[in-house]
Design a binder for this molecule. Sequence first.
Ligand SMILES: O=C(O)[C@@H](CO)OP(=O)(O)O
Length: 250
Amino acid sequence: MAETYTLILLRHGNSDWNQKNLFTGWVDVGLSEQGVGEAKRAGVLLADSGLTPDILYTSRLVRAIDTANYALAGAGRLWIDVKRSWRLNERHYGALQGKDKAQTLAEYGPEQFQTWRRSYDVPPPPIADDDEYSQLGDPRYTDLGDAVPRTECLKDVVDRMLPYWESDITVDLAAGKTVLVTAHGNSLRALVKHLDGISDEDIAELNIPTGIPLVYTLDENFVPTKPAVYLDPEAAAAGAAAVAAQGNKK
Ligand SMILES: O=C(O)[C@@H](CO)OP(=O)(O)O
């Protein structure tokens, strides 16, 4: 039988700002109590599935780092090697960072709201450098210098994430390692778009639930050999629907 590789994607658990229904992007908010519970449950799901991650990839945001740590602790794999990159960060949400989603929907209308949230190539307005939620000058992005994003559309995320997928993540997969990538709603949408060959239009409909491992089996060209599976499909469907409806949340 041809060799296959195992890739596990995990969106961080519910965050404080998911709970408050605020656009988050690169703002480094922590997990809510619910999110901690989701992350621990992800560990149970991993353990029950018999999957044993050999290496962890995370963004540089603590909600992803904490989620991975809770999940790996639950699966008895907290000791595995870790690589972090800003290239796995959430999409930078520009001037929307810190804004209430329901208020933004009410103020700008459903079409503009959906364009900013889910269009492939229209970024929100850029954040001002002196905005309290700007990441300019944040020590964790020193390597980016002045190139720290002021806003991003999903296409920008694909463009900055794919080089890392190719230079690092696929190398570990090719070495036969089971790879866990713990990241964010939109950085994982970018990766799923690439893996599943989803069109620029159809990706608008894809939402990733918090805290439920999504398992890919890939061939030697990193192409899925079968549809990826969530370790709890029912909870994943409910979670994805809740993300899609976020603007309407009161
Ligand atoms: O606010 C954000 O950064 C993201 C993820 O929480 O939200 P959305 O699903 O609206 O893209």
